[in-house]
Design a protein around this ligand. Structure first.
Ligand code: TGC
Ligand code: FAD
Length: 359
């Protein structure tokens, strides 16, 4: 990916299908899931894969996270046997791409307010569902074969597996994105989308369904953000070793070494935090607020590292010839998606005080 990324980023266009097939062949899609052709590796292995992929670009890790931790995970965790058999083998191979529609134009941090709705066309459990509404900022949307869509029903929030070829479904791509340009981001429009009764995810009831998927994707980001930061730091160290200022390499100055040392400390703390959380996840004891600690800290520190590395490269720091500005720029999206930094502060605050300050 790495050599092609500057061009993909500038063009805001990626060969998503080819990438998905290649990532699938390497075992990265649904890597931490078992069965259905998935690699069945543990959380730390999956996290480290996210770290290496995000060292190339956050958009690449997004492709992997949304496929494996959101769309595939939702079907794997909450789906019927038929839904799993139909989608997971093709998705793990990268032959089918998935997306995950939770956010709406007016409801991002507060998905409980969602307006997208699903109603039964009749009164029996075997009657069709009809979906209406729209989702916004959906990664992989325009290239997806299947969308996991969360909608309000008379029975609370439920998830639906929507083949994107279903009449009434469309996914216009969002243009003029100034961040995460090497990633497809789309609106999902649902206009009287008719689905069979079997399209509903039977095991997901209420908001805990989608929020359970978010824990998985947020976990990958905890590692991934450190990959972007590491790539910035490695680039800055290499550059500073060769850049002569006032007759000496930049690395020979104490001010530069202080910057590099502080960044290395934060980078290594972040990786250790990620691995520690990964070990908790392996044991099955990782709590959502601990995921929030990891996501909040590691994305915030990754942005700080990217910005500091940019100062070391100075003018070259803003050039697309080096990856630093691209990472810094991508990380602005990473700070926002999968729960903004403020949402994670409030999750942690609630765990500390027992009081919810969301509303
Ligand atoms: P609240 O009343 O707290 O909870 C509702 C129900 O959900 C349960 N729950 C969780 N379950 C699993 N994991 C979690 N992390 C959970 N947090 C809460 C809770 O126990 C309750 O269950 P039940 O059975 O009692 O009904 O919900 P709230 O409405 O107050 O909202 C809480 C809040 C604000 C934390 C939540 O809504 C939130 O996380 N908001 C942020 C939304 C968000 O992160 N969206 C991300 C969309 S996907 C995306 O961005 C993909 S980016 C692409 C990429 O990953 O690369
Ligand atoms: P808002 O919720 O409108 O928040 C605006 C500001 O208010 C933020 O600073 C927020 O932190 C703050 N705020 C919110 N609530 C509170 C509060 N209670 N107290 C104090 N401050 C508060 N979503 C999906 O469902 N699927 C995807 O695949 C997906 N991919 C994405 C890809 C990209 C590139 C981006 C940028 C977003 C993506 N999202 C996706 C959406 C993302 O999850 C939302 O943008 C995010 O949850 C924030 O929602 P919002 O943008 O509507 O901000």
């Amino acid at each position: 990916m790495r050599p092609a990324l500057p061009e993909w980023f500038e063009a805001a266009s990626i060969p998503a299908r080819e990438l998905a097939k290649e990532l699938g062949a390497l075992g990265f899609l649904g890597m931490h899931l078992t069965g259905y052709g998935c690699a069945g590796l543990g959380p730390v292995a999956y996290g480290l894969a996210c770290l290496e992929i995000e060292a190339a670009d956050s958009g690449m890790r997004s492709l992997v996270s949304v496929q494996g931790s959101l769309a595939m995970y939702a079907i794997w965790k909450y789906g019927s046997d038929e839904q799993k058999e139909e989608w997971l083998p093709r998705m793990s191979a990268g032959e089918a791409i998935g997306c995950f529609g939770l956010t709406e134009p007016d409801f991002g941090s507060n998905p409980a307010g969602m307006r997208t709705n699903a109603r039964r066309d009749g009164s029996s459990d075997t009657d069709d569902w009809v979906l209406n509404g729209s989702k916004m900022w959906i990664t992989n949307g325009s290239v997806a074969d299947v969308a996991v869509v969360w909608a309000r029903t008379d029975d609370g929030v439920r998830g639906f597996v929507v083949p994107t070829s279903t009449p009434g479904f469309s996914a216009p791509e969002i243009k003029q994105k100034m961040s995460l340009r090497a990633s497809v981001t789309s609106e999902l429009v649902l206009e009287d989308v008719r689905l069979p009764a079997s399209a509903m995810l039977p095991e997901a009831r209420g908001l805990s369904g989608p929020l359970g998927c978010l824990n998985e994707a947020r976990f990958g980001i905890i590692f991934g953000a450190m990959g972007a930061a590491r790539d910035c730091l490695e680039t800055a160290i290499a550059y500073a070793g060769e850049r002569i200022v006032f007759d000496k390499p930049l690395t020979a100055y104490q001010l530069t070494q202080a910057k590099l040392a502080d960044m290395a400390v934060e980078l290594n703390k972040g990786v250790l935090l990620a691995v520690h959380l990964g070990r908790l996840k392996e044991k099955g004891t990782l709590r959502p607020e601990q995921v929030s600690v990891g996501k909040l800290n590691n994305v915030r520190e990754a942005i700080a590292i990217a910005r500091e590395c940019r100062t070391i490269l100075a003018a070259n720091g803003i050039s697309g010839e080096y990856p630093i500005m691209r990472h810094a720029n991508n990380l602005e999206s990473v700070l926002t998606y999968e729960g903004t930094s403020e949402v994670h502060q409030l999750v942690i605050g609630q765990a500390l005080t027992g009081q919810s300050a969301f509303r």
